[in-house]
Design a protein around this ligand. Structure first.
Ligand code: 59J
Length: 570
């Protein structure tokens, strides 16, 4: 009680003040220490503490042809990115950065400013290695490289429609790249890294998850046959000033698609200017009326029904034939013809009379079994399944015109599959695109005996007696059928626009390959299937048979031995 409260508080005040002063001095000293004495050390440490989790891009699987030749491959490439806030703090460096990236300085600045709220913005993706090296060397704050993959298609436009393409983020957009995207895509990994002030990874700290690469896929395509088909189709489409064209080659036993080409095409390595016109896989997306190429199936239906036998004849005179109030015409009066001649000369009237001699349901069934109006299960994005209307609605004129290929629509792939049945003892294979998938059992379309009859008839259509003689191949027996169809439009069938076709197979004694060639709107003097499509078939088939080492079946020694022995398989 001796000290007054005032005195006590004064002492306390001094102690508190003293403590404050002391604390301040300590802080000051520490501050001095940090700011001045240990500055370099700490700056390094602070920068090094940019610990980040970054994704490790996964390699997209390759697409290979049946012999292991690469058709689509992913190669590593760098993309340039920036952390806008950091980069904007070094405005004096933007000019040189823009120059290296081939950009306008103003554009670069704007790009950064617009995205200043983010930590990551791409400046340029998929740059050349020398650009990447220059960017690295510049060391502009906040600018760094990121490893990515770029898809490359060694065959360019040759296989563009089948393969499709990916977008810049490596995702399938079209064709098999899209259909098989799941299998091809890997799983990106993740790792923890230390980044320096420039965003460069200076140390991998920890692998969280390794990247899982996507699976490779082997196709049934044969790169050599594909190239051959591409070259010949392109030449023909150009020579005839046609709008477009397609060709499909299939193994008649397994359904393996050895080649599938279309015109126009595009180079999938140039992502820039892509037109739907050029990127569509017309062989599966586009429909056309098959015209006379359907006639063998009308004959098959008639033979199956037992309503005729192979030796019977049909009267096609006088070259016109009235059904309802419609007149069916042949381009000439062929008179009385047997089935072989009917097919070889391609008489519309003969085919109509066959159809009118059988039940609608029976004709429908044969065409349906031949896959018309049914998808092929190819799995291609945008595949069309064609049109075959229900027989319940057919009038006589519908049945008659259907018999020579009108009022029905198919894709080139569907027609190829149907012809494979003619070549393969009546059994229609399922088209196969992936070599690791099982060969599915085929579907019966007609009896083996009827298929053999047709095989023999279609061989005659490719002799000088028939419309298809330009499809002949030196050294091999060929069977097939031409077709020339007016295109239907708003005002009915067009007088000037045609689709020229050829469908056939070889060697006729033991068929191995079936092929369809479709050329849309040949513009020149020549526009018949026999003139425009048959020669393309001949050139491609000749090359394909040789590439695949298929033994010739039309050499003089064989001909002597098999003379008179019929045309069936030995
Ligand atoms: C033809 C048709 C249109 C549809 C006729 C082609 C019909 C018909 C209504 C005249 C050109 C032409 C339903 S011809 O494919 O008969 O391939 O080498 O487009 O007849 O009734 O100036 N083919 N083509 N007909 N329509 N409607 C022949 C034939 C065929 C050939 C030539 C000559 C036609 C030998 C087609 C070929 O077999």
């Amino acid at each position: 009680m001796s000290d007054s409260p005032d005195k006590l508080s004064a002492v306390r005040r001094h102690v508190v003040l003293g403590l404050f002063v002391l604390g301040f001095a300590v802080l000051l000293g520490r501050g001095l220490d940090l700011q001045v004495l240990k500055q370099d050390f700490l700056r390094g440490e602070g920068d090094a503490r940019h610990l980040r989790v970054v994704s490790i891009p996964a390699h997209r699987g390759m697409i290979l042809d049946r012999n292991g030749e690469p058709l689509a491959v992913s190669t590593p490439v760098d993309s340039v990115w920036a952390n806008p806030q950091e980069t904007l703090q070094a405005p004096e460096r933007l000019a040189e950065l823009a120059r290296v990236l081939g950009m306008d300085r103003g554009d670069l600045q704007r790009r950064l400013a617009e995205r200043a709220g983010r930590e990551f913005v791409y400046l340029r993706r998929h740059v050349n290695p020398d650009v990447a090296a220059q960017v690295q060397q510049l060391g502009v704050p906040g600018v760094a490289l990121q490893r990515e993959f770029r898809r490359y298609y060694p065959m360019g436009e040759v296989a563009a429609h089948v393969l499709g393409f990916t977008n810049i983020d490596d995702r399938g957009q079209e064709g098999l790249e899209l259909a098989l995207n799941e299998r091809l895509t890997g799983q990106p990994g993740a790792k923890r890294v230390v980044r320096d002030r420039l965003g460069r990874v200076i140390r991998d700290v920890e692998n969280i998850r390794p990247a899982r690469p996507g699976g490779d896929i082997t196709l049934t395509l044969d790169q050599r046959v594909q190239y051959l088909a591409y070259r010949e189709l392109k030449a023909a489409v150009q020579a005839h000033g046609a709008r477009s064209g397609s060709a499909v080659i299939m193994d008649v036993h397994t359904g393996d698609i050895l080649a599938m080409v279309n015109q126009p095409s595009h180079n999938p390595n140039n992502r820039g200017s892509l037109r739907r016109e050029a990127s569509r896989n017309r062989a599966v997306t586009d429909l056309f009326e098959p015209g006379s190429t359907i006639k063998p199936f009308t004959v098959a239906a008639a033979l199956e029904s037992g309503s005729i036998n192979p030796r019977m004849t049909l009267d096609t005179a006088p070259g016109t034939f009235r059904v309802g109030n419609h007149t069916i015409r042949d381009i000439r009066n062929y008179g009385r013809v047997d089935l072989t001649t009917m097919l070889a000369k391609s008489s519309n009237i003969g085919a109509s009379k066959l159809a009118l001699g059988m039940e609608s349901e029976h004709l429908w069934r044969t065409l349906h079994q031949a896959g018309l109006g049914r998808g092929t299960g190819s799995g291609f994005p945008g595949e069309a399944s064609g049109l075959l209307r229900d027989f319940y609605f057919w009038r006589d004129v519908d049945r008659a015109t259907l018999a020579f290929g009108y009022g029905v629509s198919v894709t080139p792939l569907q027609l190829t599959r149907a012809y494979a049945a003619l070549a393969n003892e009546g059994v229609m294979p399922a088209p196969r695109f992936l070599a690791d998938q099982p060969v599915l059992p085929g579907e019966p379309v007609m009896s083996p005996a009827v298929a053999r009859e047709l095989r023999a008839m279609l061989e005659v259509a490719v002799t000088t007696e028939g419309t298809g003689h330009r499809a002949r191949v030196e050294g091999y027996r060929v069977a097939g059928k031409t077709g020339t169809a007016r295109k239907s439009g708003a005002g009915g069938y067009n007088e000037e626009r045609f689709v020229a076709m050829f469908a056939g197979f070889a060697p006729a004694s033991h068929p191995r390959l079936v092929m369809v060639v479709v050329i849309d709107e040949p513009a020149g003097e020549e526009y018949y299937g026999g003139q425009v499509a048959a020669p393309v078939f001949s050139k491609i088939m000749q090359g394909a048979l040789r590439l695949l080492d298929v033994p010739p079946d039309d050499v003089p020694s064989i001909r002597a031995v098999t003379a008179g022995a019929g045309r069936g398989p030995a």
